[in-house]
Ligand binder design. Structure first.
Ligand code: ADP
Ligand code: ASP
Ligand code: MG
Length: 408
């Protein structure tokens, strides 16, 4: 079999752990498999680099930012390859560029366009273990270094697995798999043996950072067999698979939270056609992804408030653009709120069961948690609340929907 193994930041956090990763890789190779390893930077390293950049510049250029951030993964890829060689196997480390990972030019959140990987394929044939620096690629024309968004090594792994037609993509992390909610917040959370691509996609996009959203999108689109496991033990992990019949019997399969959003409100914008288009076009043109949007009907038919949320990392840019548009539209002004959290319940069974949203609102109300925004889809309900209630809300919802069961 050809197996892609991705090791996250905590799994390569120091030299001891890198050596342990090398042992697991070599063990897999000795079982007769070809192995491609994808590594993240040591945990905390990417944040440290971002911090350094901000000490030098208030708004560092994104092109240089990418060059800087890509260095964290280069370090771990080279060290991991060395550690594997030390155990007597042939290994070769590759940067994103050497792996032929071609992306668009949207710095800090580039999309993968193709993976050529000729050299890596040749090396694999020659029985080398390949170690690829995650989270990065290059643009086709200028060969500028790009990064794939936070948590992007998951995407590197899934995309490489797809490009090389791997039999399995293993995502090794610091928990045993995907749980009914973050096990670091709710110790009673239950590990799921399997989860559908659709649910995992909702889970990820709603903040469960165990898999990066785009990696799940990619895995779903190209049917990449993916499993999430712990790098600290041999427990079987969680399979991410196509939905099957039994999955709809479970109404709510998990609770997710996201503290990385900011709410912007444009006050008193004219209530007439074309206004929302104008605002959100301007934001989209700056490559900022808007999540929730709430617009009230105006009581006097003339002016209304529009609120929406954007990722914290883009909030300064979004604010600037929104203020410009607000001025142009003659709105009263723009306010922001950073201390918010989005709490969501997810489950494919919601398609066929009613009353789930009401039960969520009732539970939050019973615990004195006010809801600022609501959004729903076929398989999820999300509420924006004051961030100080995040842990409380996650715990009580996990309990209300009967998700507990202890770690497996
Ligand atoms: P890595 O560095 O390996 O990429 P991450 O920190 O990105 O790891 O993701 C793993 C973390 O995701 C866990 O430590 C856990 O706190 C968090 N997490 C959030 N929601 C869930 C969930 N439903 N199941 C498992 N882990 C979750
Ligand atoms: N090192 C990057 C980050 O911290 C990418 C990753 O870990 O997947 O976001
Ligand atoms: Mg991660």
């Amino acid at each position: 079999m050809l197996i892609v193994q991705k090791y996250g930041g905590t799994s390569v956090a120091n030299v001891e752990r890198i050596k342990a990763v090398a042992e697991r890789v070599v063990k897999t190779a000795k079982q007769g498999h070809k192995v491609v390893v994808v590594v993240s930077a040591m945990s905390g390293e990417t944040d440290k680099l971002i911090n350094l950049a901000h000490q030098v510049s208030a708004s560092p250029s994104e092109r240089e930012m990418d060059l800087l951030l890509s260095s964290g993964e280069r370090v771990t890829s080279a060290l991991t390859a060395m550690a594997i060689e030390e155990l007597g196997c042939k290994a070769m480390a590759f940067t994103g560029r050497q792996m032929g990972i071609i992306t668009d030019a949207v710095h800090t959140k580039a999309r993968i366009e193709k993976i050529t990987g000729e050299r890596a394929k040749k090396a694999l044939e020659e029985n080398y273990i390949i170690v690829v620096a995650g989270f990065q690629g290059i643009t086709e024309g200028e060969a500028d270094v790009t990064t794939l968004g936070r948590g992007g090594s998951d995407l590197s792994a899934v995309a490489i697995a797809s490009a090389l037609d791997a039999d399995l993509c293993e995502i090794y992390t610091d928990v045993d798999g995907v749980y009914t909610t973050d096990p670091n917040i709710v110790p009673e959370a239950r590990k799921l043996d399997k989860i559908s691509y659709e649910e995992m996609l909702e889970f990820a996009s709603l903040g469960a950072k165990v898999l990066q959203t785009r990696s799940v999108e990619f895995a779903m689109k190209y049917n990449v067999p993916t499993v999430v496991r712990s790098s600290f033990n041999d427990n079987p992990g969680t399979l991410v698979v196509k939905e099957d019949k039994d999955m709809e019997n479970v109404v709510v399969s998990g609770v997710a939270y996201d503290k990385n959003q900011v709410k912007l409100t444009i006050m008193s914008v004219p209530d007439k056609p074309g206004i929302a288009a104008k605002i959100f076009n301007a934001i989209a043109n700056a490559n900022v992804v808007v999540d929730m949007i709430v617009q009230n009907i105006s009581s006097d038919g003339k002016a209304t408030d529009i609120s929406f949320t954007v990722p914290k990392t883009d909030s300064k840019r979004a604010l600037k653009i929104t203020e410009d548009v607000a001025k142009e539209l003659g709105a009263k002004g723009v306010t922001t709120r950073e201390d918010i959290a989005k709490i969501s319940i997810v489950g494919v069974g919601m398609r066929t069961h009613s009353g789930v949203a009401a039960k969520m609102f009732e539970t939050l109300a019973k615990h004195g948690v006010n809801i600022m925004m609501i959004s729903t889809s076929e398989i999820k309900v999300s509420c924006v609340i004051d961030s100080k209630y995040t842990e409380l809300a996650v715990r009580v919802l996990h309990d209300t929907f009967g998700l507990a069961g202890g770690k497996v």
